[in-house]
Ligand binder design. Structure first.
Ligand code: 5RP
Length: 222
């Protein structure tokens, strides 16, 4: 099986999970990226089970609406029982790096509201220690060089993702060269740098349920 087929497999498993576990008439949280896109497509046949979705990006909003799924503003919603999204890396403690698609801040906000964060990934995303995938950090544009200097002091090699502007009007620094053995501590440290909006580390609020696909099927880890 190739990676696209593995993404399809886990996206369908997530839709099945939603069909079995989401309360009738609820609002779902929906993430961003190629795996999340396949999940959105897999939601179409069960869309009558929920009233709508909160999207973690404009791209996902457009895709959901294209399938006739209502997209709500998060400020209109008090409860999200399940949030489904992909990840760039996940470690054995269910800490994740996200933000390869530059949607990390909205993803973190939706995850903060959600009761359960269901992460969907193919087996290539499972790692022993986070950091091989460069850690995305969303930064206020005028603070870019200041934040880059601070990230260098932490031992990272930040590189500006030139040409990318987030849905919030900010820029992304991708931090190479990290070996993240204490994800929650690093998340707090980076989030406290003035000018940082958020980092792509999901550790203080990590993954609740990981669905991970391999040629032998979809494994559930929690
Ligand atoms: C977007 C994300 C994505 O979930 C992450 O990059 C994984 O993407 P894909 O499913 O395309 O591999 O965090 O900001």
């Amino acid at each position: 099986m190739n990676q696209d087929q593995l993404k399809q497999l886990v996206a369908q498993a997530a839709a099945d999970y939603v069909a079995a576990n989401a309360p009738e008439g609820c609002v779902l949280g929906v993430g961003t990226g190629s795996t999340a896109n396949l999940f959105i497509d897999a939601l179409a046949p069960i869309k009558s089970r929920f009233v709508g979705a909160v999207a973690s990006s404009e791209a996902s909003r457009v895709r959901l609406e294209g399938l006739g799924i209502r997209v709500l503003d998060l400020n209109e919603v008090t409860e999200i029982p399940i949030y489904v999204d992909g990840a760039d890396e996940v470690d054995p403690g269910l800490n994740a790096i996200k933000g390869g698609g530059a949607a990390l801040t909205r993803e973190k906000i939706v995850a903060a509201v959600a009761r359960e964060f269901v992460c969907i990934a193919d087996a290539s995303k499972k790692v022993g220690v986070l950091g091989k995938f460069p850690l995305p950090v969303e930064v206020i544009p005028m603070a870019r060089e200041h934040v880059a200097r601070e990230l260098r002091r932490l031992g990272g090699d930040p590189r500006w993702r030139e040409g990318v502007v987030t849905d919030n009007g900010n820029v992304i620094l991708d931090v190479h060269g990290l070996s993240i053995t204490d994800p929650a501590a690093l998340e707090s440290t980076i989030d406290h740098i003035t000018g940082v909006v958020t980092s792509g580390l999901f550790a203080r609020r990590g993954v609740d349920l990981l669905l991970i696909s391999s040629p032998s099927g979809v494994e559930r880890l929690s």
